[in-house]
Design a protein around this ligand. Structure first.
Ligand SMILES: [Cu+2]
Length: 488
């Protein structure tokens, strides 16, 4: 196994994990600046499976996160946490055989995919303990970073928290023609961020909103050596609730090249990018000018966020507290290694030719209000708790719909719609950021904000099987912050 035990010193007062390198000091936003002794562990790179036929088996496992007992986990295909990366080509007809080796039901949802509702893997496509499910569908999405995860109603949090999930990378001819890093695990790195709290017996505490220990690809104190050239990081937030405001420790510029539904039209140069649960952001980082053997941290700059940003709460314990809350902390220590023979050394000026929906295209509009959450009650949409047999919205096939999501409530949320990729056209707080200007399936709706998106609901009609829309905070989703829509 790749991990080593970590001698972790958590500087609670000083606010950060401090890691072992002698030249590195804690970079907490408040008090302590302390050199400490923590060993890094090698970043786990999920094995990749390429082709048109994929076998996935979800089973119990264990992983050694801390000294003492191993932690009970879930993983696909024998992995101790998370699952293999499935690499698919646009236009292919793929068959996936899912085996459920748990002693509990599960489902597998293909997050971001435009596929028939019956293949979607939502709460209705239940795979019984010991059972199998074999969906097949054509890959219609653009090249990009997608993922799979359980979507069993009221068990999504538990199963995702235990480690059930995996990446899907879609390739297409337009993306393949670009001079972008795409050697998996070398200069093209999948990175899933989450955090966990542990009980005293080292089992996961599956109750609160936030973990105390950050995990990147299931690795605590992760480190990776990347080549001295442009590298591509495919970042996924698979947290329960926490958002991440991501940057590099020397505050350098990096380049957003894609979001949920594939490439942006051109790279966007930034120093920070926020990524909320369910969202993906692909970035390029130029390591070409870095000295061999030097290192840089990819960090979450989560201190000082305003209330409503998930993880900004000041508490260190309890359901809405965490040792990582309102802190800056490292996600990955990157060591700069030798460049590869096929190094990408320049930033493409142009990436894609997306043309997006506008108000002029809209054939129907609807408004969804974020409700509930008061006095300990669950969050809801339009005051309706999720109902397994309840259809909340009915959409005409080929409609181009404008959805306005209104958050006059008490906290931020991450709003995800199945079946479609949408275009964010308005935020009441101001303009839509360049960093979220591409195709999206998940959008952050901050406290006090109204967000408007447009999507076309084409190709797949079904008068019986619904798609889901929901908050991608899995505790909110499990609590009933989910609705169902039919396209017919
Ligand atoms: Cu929510």
């Amino acid at each position: 196994m790749y991990y080593r035990f970590c001698l972790l010193i958590l500087i609670i007062a000083g606010s950060n994990f401090a890691c072992s390198k002698s030249d590195q000091t804690a970079t907490g936003s408040s008090s302590g600046t302390t050199t400490t002794t923590t060993a890094y562990a090698d970043l786990f790179i999920p094995p990749a499976i390429t082709g048109t036929s994929f076998n996935l088996t979800l089973d119990k496992s264990t992983k050694q996160f801390k000294t003492g007992a191993a932690t009970a986990t879930y993983g696909y295909n024998g992995n101790s946490f998370w699952g293999p990366t499935l690499i698919m080509n646009q236009g292919d007809d793929v068959q996936i055989n899912v085996t459920n080796a748990l002693s509990d039901q599960t489902t597998v949802h293909w997050h971001g995919f435009h596929i028939p509702a019956i293949m979607d893997g939502g709460p209705h496509q239940i795979i019984d303990a010991g059972g199998k499910w074999s969906p097949n569908f054509k890959i219609k999405n653009n090249a990009g970073t997608y993922w799979y995860h359980p979507h069993l109603h009221m068990k999504t949090y538990e199963q995702l928290a235990k480690g059930a999930g995996g990446f899907i990378i879609i390739k297409d001819p337009a993306e393949s023609a670009l001079a972008l890093p795409r050697t998996y695990g070398i200069d093209d790195i999948p990175m899933v961020f989450t955090s966990r709290r542990f009980n005293t017996d080292n089992s996961f505490d599956i109750s609160g909103a936030y973990g105390d220990y950050q995990l990147t690809n299931g690795t605590m104190n992760a480190q990776v050596t990347l080549p001295k050239q442009y590298v591509r990081l495919r970042m996924l937030n698979a947290e329960i609730e926490r958002g991440y405001d991501i940057g590099l420790s020397d505050n350098r510029q990096f380049y957003i090249i894609g979001n949920d539904g594939g490439l942006l039209n051109a790279p966007i140069s930034v120093k920070r990018v926020k990524i909320m649960p369910g969202e993906r952001v692909e970035i390029l980082v130029n390591l070409g000018a870095d000295a061999l053997g030097s290192s840089i941290d990819l960090k979450a700059y989560n201190s000082g966020q305003s209330f409503g940003f998930p993880g900004a709460e000041p508490a260190t314990t309890g359901d809405f507290g965490s040792l990582l809350n309102n802190k800056d902390f490292s996600l990955l220590n990157i060591k700069v290694g030798a460049s590869t023979t096929n190094a990408i050394t320049a930033l493409p000026a142009k990436l894609a030719n997306n043309t997006y929906w506008t108000n002029a295209d809209v054939t129907n509009s609807r408004t969804i209000n974020i409700t509930g959450g008061q006095a300990g009650s669950a969050f809801t949409f339009d005051n309706n708790t999720y109902g397994f047999t309840k259809i909340n919205q009915t959409i005409n096939l080929n409609a181009i719909e404008k959805w306005t999501i209104v958050n006059n409530n008490i906290f931020g949320h991450s709003f995800h719609v199945h079946d479609v990729q949408f275009k964010i056209i308005a935020r009441s707080s101001g303009v839509v950021g360049d960093h979220e200007s591409g195709w999206k399936d998940t959008v952050y709706v901050p406290l006090g904000e109204t967000v408007t998106v447009i999507a076309k609901f084409d190709d797949f009609s079904d008068g019986v099987n619904p798609y889901m829309y929901h908050c991608h905070f899995s505790n909110h989703e499990d609590g009933g912050m989910m609705g169902q829509f039919l396209v017919k």
